[in-house]
Write a protein that binds this ligand. Structure first.
Ligand code: PGA
Ligand code: ZN
Length: 425
């Protein structure tokens, strides 16, 4: 039974305020969760409530904090912390808007997660076990973003994320070790080519060298994989998040890539060539956030070879994923709890994805905190795939370190490797 719900303002990895919620139960369980925050947010995401005005340059969250303390807390006290659907329905009901604009998606997501963690704490079981029980035995294949571009970095790369995917290993531990070695090899390569200032890191811990061309970034990844002694494709593959809504110009109906105007078909041809030339296993947001038809066409052309992931397209929203499934748009969904706002809706999206042959990649945001909920969620929901940045910056390593801990706790941890992709590149 929920005894106390309390929110406060804390800081995220970009130095912006965010909401932390602490839930205490009668059974002396405690759950704490922080709201993360995106930069390349999708149009259909739950709304982050910010104060405006002068404090924190308008980014204060005191209204969201107050909403938790004054509106949410009285409604939740006395409910069972184990009734997640009831708790989340209550949050949705009090909010009363389709996009969580009144209470704030940030207030709601921190509360929803804190309740679930308080329930697991009350029961005395790890959070992943609370979510998945004995079936929670699968560690995720990580997609590590080690070159940052787009709105996450100060360089001129149009695509936002260039990731390495250590799928060709038999354990999470070995996979992470290889990824870390590639990360350090990449640092040396970039330093030699572009000088010492080029190894400063972007929002997600990846390097942000002064590159302009997509292929230059991909070449660097391949060079680093080889340089670290691994086989590109066989052991370590590549994933891309184009985050293309950021360089799609609605007025022109075109994408601007490396200074050139590109149609949807130009983009599809570009992706086909990249998949030919590099060991790519996944491309996220290849087309803009309203182009279900384009995502369906891409699936027809490349769906047998790679994951085609909708992030801004689906925004972890059951209605949008359902539309995607009907139209055959993509074959995977990026899952961010704060895009939809509650844990229950997130679980629904993952279930819907799995029932319809879609993969679900549990994901951090570019603005994060030391909260490690997503590490437990990915194991608890057995999706086998996680995106949580480079193996650097505390808010990113917190998740990897939690996964290492979970891997040790599990009796027989499984690592799915290339099985979570349509095929080995
Ligand atoms: P965001 O980026 O958190 O800034 O939205 C992450 C992503 O696009 O996957
Ligand atoms: Zn994305």
């Amino acid at each position: 039974i929920i005894k106390d719900v309390k929110a406060r303002t804390v800081l995220d990895s970009r130095g912006n305020p965010t909401v932390q919620v602490r839930v205490v139960t009668e059974g002396l369980g405690v759950g704490v969760a922080n709201a993360p925050s995106g930069a390349s947010t999708g149009r259909h995401e739950a709304v982050e409530l910010r104060d405006g005005g002068r404090d924190f340059k308008g980014k204060g969250v005191s209204r969201a904090v107050e909403n938790v303390n004054k509106l949410i807390a009285p409604a939740l006290v006395g409910l069972s912390s184990r009734r997640q659907y009831e708790v989340d329905s209550k949050l949705i009901e009090i909010d009363g808007t389709p996009n969580k604009a009144r209470l704030g998606g940030n207030a709601i997501v921190a509360t929803s997660l804190a309740v679930a963690k308080a329930a697991s704490s009350t029961m005395g079981v790890p959070f992943y076990y609370y979510l998945g029980g004995r079936a929670a035995d699968t560690l995720p294949v990580p997609l590590l973003n080690i070159i940052n571009g787009g709105v996450h970095a100060g360089n001129k790369l149009d695509f936002q994320e260039f990731m390495i995917v250590p799928a060709g290993f038999s354990s999470f531990h070995d996979a992470l070790k290889a990824a870390v070695e590639v990360y350090h090899e990449l640092k040396t390569i970039i330093k030699n080519k572009y000088g010492p200032t080029a190894v400063n890191v972007g929002d997600e811990g990846g390097y942000a060298p002064p590159l302009e061309k997509v292929r230059d970034a991909l070449d660097l990844l391949v060079e680093a994989i080889k340089g670290a002694g691994y086989e590109p494709g066989g052991q370590i593959a590549i994933a891309i998040d184009a985050a293309s809504s950021q360089f799609y110009r609605e007025d022109k109906g075109a994408y601007i890539v490396e200074g050139r105007e590109m149609t949807r078909d130009d983009m599809l041809l570009l992706y086909e060539k990249l998949v030919e030339d590099y060991p790519v296993v996944s491309i996220e947001d290849p087309l803009h956030e309203e182009d279900f038809e384009g995502f369906a066409e891409m699936r027809r052309r490349l769906g047998g070879r790679i994951l085609i992931v909708g992030d801004d397209l689906f925004t972890t929203n059951p209605a949008r994923l359902s539309k995607g499934i009907e139209t055959g748009a993509g074959n995977a969904v990026l899952v961010k709890v704060n895009q939809v706002g509650t844990l229950s809706e997130t679980i629904d999206v993952v279930k819907m994805a799995h029932e319809n042959g879609y993969r679900a990649i549990i994901s951090h945001r570019s603005g994060e905190t030391e909260d490690t909920s997503i590490a437990d969620i990915v194991v608890g929901l057995s999706t086998g795939l996680i995106k949580t940045g480079a193996p650097a910056r505390g808010e990113r390593t917190a998740k990897y370190n939690r996964l290492l801990e979970i891997a040790e706790e599990l009796e027989k941890p499984r690592y799915p490797g290339f099985k979570v992709f349509p095929r080995k590149p």
